[in-house]
Write a protein that binds this ligand. Sequence first.
Ligand code: ASP
Ligand code: MG
Length: 290
Amino acid sequence: MRVLKFGGSSLASVARFLEVAAIVRSQPQTEPVGLVLSAPHGVTNLLVELTDLAFLGTGYQDALNGWRQRLQKMRADAAAVLGNEAQQRLQAVLAAQDATLSNRRQGVELLHYCPDHIKAQLLGLGEQFSVALMAELLLAQQVKAVLLDSVQCVKSQGDYLNAVADVPASEIALGAAVKKQPAQVYVLAGFVSSNTQGELCLLGRNGSDYSAAIVAAALRASVCEIWTDVDGVYSADPRQVKNAKLIDHLSYDEAMELSYFGAKVLHPKTIGPLARYQIPCYIKKYRDWE
Ligand code: ASP
Ligand code: MG
């Protein structure tokens, strides 16, 4: 298995989803791909805004409408490349997400408070939309893709909003799911996981890198590739230090130290599972943004 993770900016529109699908299709067929995805760019922030304001019972409408418009536009854009049944499945995913948002929001309004486990369920919706859309796009292109439910397969412990990986439990859950459904591409939502009680827990903001590391460690992947819009890790923040150098190779310890001290390229918790199981990690530039 080779694990590839794509972040929100590479999933900002259906056109970008299709570019990611093309990268996935161009991978060597010798090993299956574990494809870990973030939410489309900006979607998690809209959900954060919505959950932060929901307890007031007012002021959340702009965020809710923004979320609806973003996803409905993507669904409409995807219609050009999806068959009728795929379009209907995607519409059903959106309708279910809309119902979840409405129900939870009403509950939060009545409570005047948003408990963390409810917040986690709402903030994770963006990734779950990404994987539903990507799986349909890949299937429409005759790629044998299977959607694995990260809530069932990626296991964690601790906080609802900032959980820590449980790699041995993920190994059991993911191993069984992969064995049951042979495929060329396994599509998994980043950011979401579940605890031993099966409750949805998030892996912290920007946690999809961490998800990819957990999946890679649990399945003993040959590689974990983080596809992003920067060149890689620099010796210093290139926006602040003019002659910052792009670093060729880093040890796990060095990478951990750099991300701990603020290098944004990798989520700080990402290196742990990769180091423990000695999985090589590559930062790959997705493309130069216009
Ligand atoms: N969508 C989540 C966030 O914005 C996780 C991620 O993108 O890595 O924090
Ligand atoms: Mg990121």
